[in-house]
Design a protein around this ligand. Structure first.
Ligand code: SAM
Length: 283
């Protein structure tokens, strides 16, 4: 699986309109309002880590879905993607406030410290190869101004696969081992190599590549202290799609989970479906 396969997927399929959304969102996002309220809380958490206003806002891998809410206080929203279909859709939404650049997020054509804030949402785990993922993370770090932050929305392989809260035996054992391994590695001050470094590739039913490395390990790809790992969203889409109903009880449940995620972002990064990697560049 190569980058070009990922690009082809988004050009030819992922960003094709499907009803009110795109094939990509229709497949992988629970679009129902009851769940969207929970999702919005997670995006608000990511936005809160960024400066509220500035001149240039980088959206690395914006596709057809630029994070417009994040950049409302910015003069320009710089959209970068290698999918022309995605960029066209982004332009339709953002218009003249956007600047559109077709480029690979692992090697971006900007000078260091160009941006007041940066986001790369659900992009890097679609990049094949650890080395390329590392370069993409380093680009976010390189491109934000000193004293500013960037955020990466990343998947968590520690999440019990397709967590449905019934804790199927395999998922629980795997997660417990990952957790213990990470703890031991932390105590010894080492990156955690033991889990999920198998090189095993994952693909969605549509054939789209994804591969996330353990967050506790990924942290070591940037200079010490540059990356903080928080919970973005604990619950997974397969769980919400299968179980969550639009009833008051489920609405309370989702609000309670979001409340906990707000208050215990570091603890709940363990087991979260998606993590928020906050990248800080010192002055
Ligand atoms: C899952 S979509 C995410 C889109 C948007 N950021 C969001 O949050 O909905 C992944 C996007 O990353 C883009 N992408 C993946 N690898 C890339 C790379 N190496 N360079 C540039 N864009 C890339 C794809 O074209 C696609 O538009």
């Amino acid at each position: 699986m190569t980058k070009q396969d990922v690009r082809r997927f988004y050009d030819e399929k992922g960003w094709r309109p499907a009803g009110d959304a795109y094939i990509d969102s229709q497949r992988y996002v629970d679009m129902r309002p009851v769940v969207q309220a929970y999702m919005q809380r997670s995006y608000a958490r990511a936005q809160a880590a960024l400066a509220p206003a500035g001149r240039l806002f980088l959206d690395a891998g914006c596709g057809a879905n630029p994070q417009m809410g994040f950049s409302s206080g910015y003069q320009y929203h710089v959209c970068v993607d290698f999918s022309v279909t995605g960029l066209r859709e982004a332009r339709r939404k953002l218009g003249a406030r956007g600047l559109y650049v077709m480029a690979d997020v692992t090697a971006l054509p900007f000078a260091p410290g160009t941006f007041d804030a940066a986001v790369s949402a659900h992009v890097i785990y679609h990049i094949p190869g650890l080395e390329s993922q590392r370069r993409a993370m380093q680009e976010v770090y390189r491109l934000v101004k000193p004293g500013r932050t960037g955020v990466i929305l990343y998947a968590n392989p520690y999440h019990a696969r397709y967590c449905d809260l019934t804790w199927g035996g395999k998922g629980l054992v795997r997660q417990a081992l990952c957790f213990l391994g990470d703890m031991v590695a932390r105590l010894r001050g080492q990156p955690h190599w033991a889990t999920d470094m198998s090189g095993e590739e994952n693909r969605t039913e549509d054939g789209l590549f994804y591969k996330a490395y353990p967050p506790g390990w990924v942290r070591h790809l940037l200079p010490a202290g540059a990356m903080e790992i928080r919970c973005l969203r604990w619950l997974a889409q397969p769980f919400t799609s299968r179980r969550v109903q639009d009833t008051p009880n489920w609405r309370h449940f989702l609000r309670a989970v979001a409340w906990l995620e707000d208050r215990l972002p570091h603890l709940l990064a363990y087991g979260a479906n998606y993590v928020l990697l906050v990248i800080r560049k010192d002055l």
